[in-house]
Design a protein around this ligand. Structure first.
Ligand SMILES: Cc1ncc(COP(=O)(O)O)c(C=O)c1O
Length: 394
């Protein structure tokens, strides 16, 4: 065995550009502290600590009991694809043929497939900074180049049609949006979405919209970009609104002309998404399950309404009230100019875990932190009290 190779493996060049989640350092430290008996209020992970809704869990258990758990078609079972098409009809009033729906292992699988069928080496994808960090890595994994455009409160931390137009280059192939966004929870106004689509269409590129936080919105009803056009890629998931993070199931809606390529690549990369999860997910659309999802959404709204004013009072600046997801993205420059060191210190000395801005890009990263708030209000209250004591004692 060549030991020097073990110590310094010849990694592919792309690996130098794929970053880990920086917050893992904090999560590991939080676990150590908990093992030592410390209590930690964690507002880090992008998922509620709630069980999967009973009708879904029961359907999953029934699938296992029946023993018919196999590979499925590469694009997912017809029953689930039809159920997703049915959701677009009942929830959004739009007609999406199930043939354009591909069921994937999480929206993560859907994002990888989207980049795989769209990008040639060196092709550019415009996206916001800050945004979900894996997006630039999916692009890099498929040999494309993520072009991260700094955004701030003036555009609710989202790209605008004007920005997309100004930054379009001969290498631009696609524009990646997420609405509501992670980490900011902000939504692109529907007219702006229409204008962005128009720019992308005129420029001859493809618009990809991550709608994973649809359902978790607290203002107007959700409107999908599929209402505007068919020539877009839509990414969605059972993880967030449907509360199924660990089941690893999501979907993509692509233009008809791409579906053969989507199927071919998904078959090769995954064979299929989990059959158990697919059988369970059909129950996610049942009226009983939707009632549970809606109750949870109301609880998240109350949690946001509790946490937002209290953080502002502590000196965190949250200029745009987020209308969706379950995150508050806060400017902490009145408190620190190094949000990463701040998060480590807050964990050690206040027993509160939050995510540093560094995990979402580079623009203003050292001045921002993200709070993930789907927690019971008494837990959030304890977190805020600890932060207040910590900030007073500094
Ligand atoms: C914006 C966004 N897109 C995609 C994902 C991936 O989710 P999943 O693979 O669980 O569907 C996440 C997870 O947090 C996210 O925040």
């Amino acid at each position: 065995m060549n030991s020097s190779r073990v110590l310094t493996p010849d990694l592919a060049a792309r690996m130098a550009e794929i970053e880990p989640f920086h917050v893992v350092v904090l999560v590991t430290r939080a676990k150590e502290l908990e093992a030592q008996g410390r209590s930690i209020v964690s507002m880090v992970i992008g998922e509620p600590d709630l069980p999967t809704a009973a009708p879904i869990a029961e359907a999953g258990i029934a699938a296992i009991r029946a023993g018919q758990v196999r590979y499925t078609q590469g694009l997912g079972t017809t029953a689930l694809r039809q159920a997703i098409a049915g959701w677009y009809r009942t929830r959004y009033g739009i007609d999406v043929p199930y043939g354009r729906v591909g069921v994937m292992p999480g929206s993560s699988g859907a994002l990888l497939i989207a980049m795989g069928v769209l990008l040639d080496p060196g092709d550019e994808v415009l996206m916001a900074d800050p945004s979900y960090p894996c997006n630039r890595h999916f692009v890099r994994a498929m040999e494309g180049r993520a072009v991260c455009l700094p955004v701030g409160p003036e555009s609710a931390y989202q790209l605008t049609a004007d920005m997309v137009d100004r930054h379009w280059s001969p290498r631009t192939r696609a524009v990646m949006l997420a609405s509501p966004s992670n980490p900011t929870g902000t939504i692109i106004p529907f007219d702006e979405l229409r204008a962005i689509h128009e720019v992308v269409r005129r420029r001859g590129g493809t618009l990809i919209v991550d709608e994973i936080y649809h359902g978790l919105t607290y203002g107007e009803p959700d409107r999908s970009v599929l209402e505007i056009a068919d020539d877009v890629f839509v990414i969605n998931s059972f993880s967030k609104y449907f509360g199924m993070t660990g089941w690893r199931l999501g979907w993509l809606v692509a233009p008809e002309a791409y579906m053969d390529a989507v199927e071919k690549l998904a078959q090769n990369l995954f064979i299929s998404a989990s059959d158990i999860a697919q059988q369970a997910a059909i129950a996610a659309f049942s009226p009983e399950a939707v009632r549970i999802h809606e109750e949870r959404r109301e609880a998240f709204r109350a949690q946001r309404d509790f946490l937002l004013p209290r953080l502002r009072k502590l000196g965190f600046d949250i200029p745009v009230e987020p209308q969706g997801a379950f995150y508050l993205y806060a400017n902490c420059e009145k408190i620190t100019n190094d949000s990463y060191a701040f998060c480590l210190d807050v964990l050690e000395n206040a027993g509160v875990a939050i995510t540093p801005g560094l995990d979402f890009g580079t623009h203003g990263a050292s001045r921002h932190v993200r709070f993930s708030y789907p927690k019971p209000i008494d837990v959030l209250a304890e977190g805020v009290d600890r932060l207040e004591r910590y900030l007073r004692s500094r």
